[in-house]
Design a protein around this ligand. Structure first.
Ligand SMILES: Cc1cc2nc3c(=O)[nH]c(=O)nc-3n(C[C@H](O)[C@H](O)[C@H](O)COP(=O)(O)OP(=O)(O)OC[C@H]3O[C@@H](n4cnc5c(N)ncnc54)[C@H](O)[C@@H]3O)c2cc1C
Length: 470
């Protein structure tokens, strides 16, 4: 074990050295293959087009936007950085503050992104003692950002009248009135995609056969593209693996990625109710869940719905995969465990009981992947030789990958051009030493539900429920 640890440390040093070695930047017409046209793949394509690259191909196993993309959703929470990045911060804080600063600059100013950001505020709450201790510590550290919500009435006043009519028993929390809210998810994916293909510099092949990457293409042990399910080969000067929870089915991530699923459903609203629920602050209880306002497009289409998620440490599915031993792999289901549905209904009852008897529509599992420290993994794959690997990986959204997709696009483009800031390269590096002896059931600082990570294989078939759930 000792020896393996030191071998890993040497690998890390080698990886950092390789990452920082001077490389000729790619030509603007270099061929770039992106695997995955989900949240990150689309954002990377968008950024590369903006930087003048002209020969980009994006492959995806589903028609766009992919039904299994974690970003193909009505809406997502967005939090802007609480502090700007500063030299004296820990590496982790510095990395997060940099990522969030890059992202919020785009959400606030980029004409494609800006219309999709609703800075309505963010209520940060909990019910259980341990969960509340975490919330309280974070909020009290920044009294300039968070204000205490003293009681249930204070929660009620934070929303338009008639929304929070529940008794909110046991709810404690704080409100951040500025610099946070929610974004329209599918709508921004569609707009970013449209922008990326507009000038013809990026081509998306999104198809179960022609777009599904079956394996990477190797030459002299180096990745030179990918093979798709239809048997076609796609050669490229640079390959960027951005396949979300599916990434670890294509290469061995040495336990750095844990595909993890959470659960979501939709609560229908009437047209008359839509204006009241349209611009709500986010109500997020770290051990209960959250719901978000309907996007304008859904209201205009006459289908206003709140998206609802129950909060829990996540579901995994342990199976034989790319790694040597049993490891978590994603399995898509348009259904959710009955206990998740019960928790969603409990959340509605406690907060908006006037909606608690509505059917829960289109419940599904939503897959992301967690790194051990929940920081993104954006790095060149160490490769098999001393030469610079032309395989880049962008994975490990860890539950925060939607709001930060703009930063991912920028950081991957910087990495490709070998101008990623040294401190960021170190933080985001290929880092298997952080995953040695990884406990797949680690809750990673999350709360709610059964307060544990649950293996889907242990849930009997008759404990699943499909929509509409009543
Ligand atoms: C329930 C839930 C709620 C969330 N809420 C928030 C939130 O409020 N705020 C936030 O910031 N983040 C949130 N996240 C996290 C965020 O959605 C993810 O971190 C982010 O979407 C990950 O982006 P991605 O591109 O890595 O993965 P995805 O968007 O899932 O994209 C992966 C793509 O790869 C494709 N693919 C997979 N395998 C292959 C293959 N072999 N060949 C070709 N294509 C392939 C898939 O079809 C898919 O399109 C949430 C996640 C979940 C599950």
């Amino acid at each position: 074990m000792q020896l393996r640890y030191w071998q890993l440390c040497l690998n890390v040093l080698a990886t950092i050295t390789i990452t920082m070695a001077a490389l000729e930047p790619p030509e603007k017409n270099s061929s770039i293959l992106i695997i995955g046209a989900g949240t990150w793949g689309t954002s990377i394509a968008y950024r590369l087009v903006k930087r003048g690259y002209t020969n980009i191909k994006v492959l995806d196993s589903n028609t766009f936007p992919s039904s299994i993309s974690a970003g193909n959703d009505l809406n997502k929470i967005l939090e802007e950085p609480i502090s700007p990045p500063a030299a004296d911060q820990s590496d982790l804080d510095y990395a997060w503050n940099t990522i969030e600063a890059l992202s919020s600059e785009v959400w606030r100013n980029d004409p494609v992104h800006k219309p999709h950001y609703h800075p309505t505020g963010f209520i940060y709450a909990a019910v259980g003692d341990e969960a509340y201790a975490k919330v309280k510590a974070a909020a009290e550290a920044r009294p300039d950002v968070y204000s205490l919500l003293e009681d249930a009435d204070a929660f009620r006043r934070a929303m338009p009248e008639g929304v929070l009519t529940g008794d909110l028993t046991g709810w404690r929390g704080f409100i951040r009135r500025q610099g946070a809210g929610w974004v329209e998810a599918r709508d921004i994916l569609l707009d970013v995609h449209a922008e990326a293909v507009k000038v013809g510099a990026a081509t998306f092949v999104c198809d179960p056969e022609a777009g599904r990457v079956a394996e990477l293409l190797y030459e002299d042990n180096e990745v030179v593209g990918a093979k798709t399910a239809d048997g076609a080969t796609h050669r490229a000067d640079y390959t960027i693996l951005a396949a979300g929870a599916g990434a670890s089915t294509l290469i061995d991530f040495e336990k750095q990625l844990r595909p993890t699923a959470w659960t979501l459903a939709h609560v229908p609203l009437t047209a008359a109710e839509a204006p009241t629920y349209a611009e709500l602050p986010v109500l997020f209880a770290v051990d209960q869940g959250f719901f978000l306002s309907p996007p304008a497009s859904a209201i205009a289409a006459g289908e206003p719905e709140l998206k609802i998620c129950d909060e829990h440490p996540g579901y995994i599915h342990l199976a034989d995969g790319k790694a040597k031993e049993k490891s978590p792999v994603p399995v898509q289901r348009d259904a959710i465990p009955r206990s998740s549905a019960d928790n969603m209904q409990k959340l509605l009852q406690a907060t908006v009981p006037q909606l608690a008897d509505r059917p829960l529509l289109r419940p599904r599992l939503c897959w992301d992947s967690d790194t051990p420290d929940r920081l993104f993994l954006i790095a060149r794959h160490p490769g098999s030789s001393s030469s610079q690997s032309r395989l880049l990986v962008a994975a490990g959204g860890s539950g925060n990958g939607f709001m930060n997709a703009p930063a991912v696009g920028i950081l991957v483009a910087d990495l490709l051009e070998d101008r990623l800031e040294e401190r960021m390269a170190k933080a985001l590096r290929w880092r298997p030493e952080t995953a040695v002896d990884r406990d797949w059931f680690d809750t990673q600082g999350r709360f709610g539900g059964a307060d544990k990570v649950v293996d889907l294989g242990e849930i009997p078939d008759d404990d699943w429920t499909e929509g509409p759930i009543r």
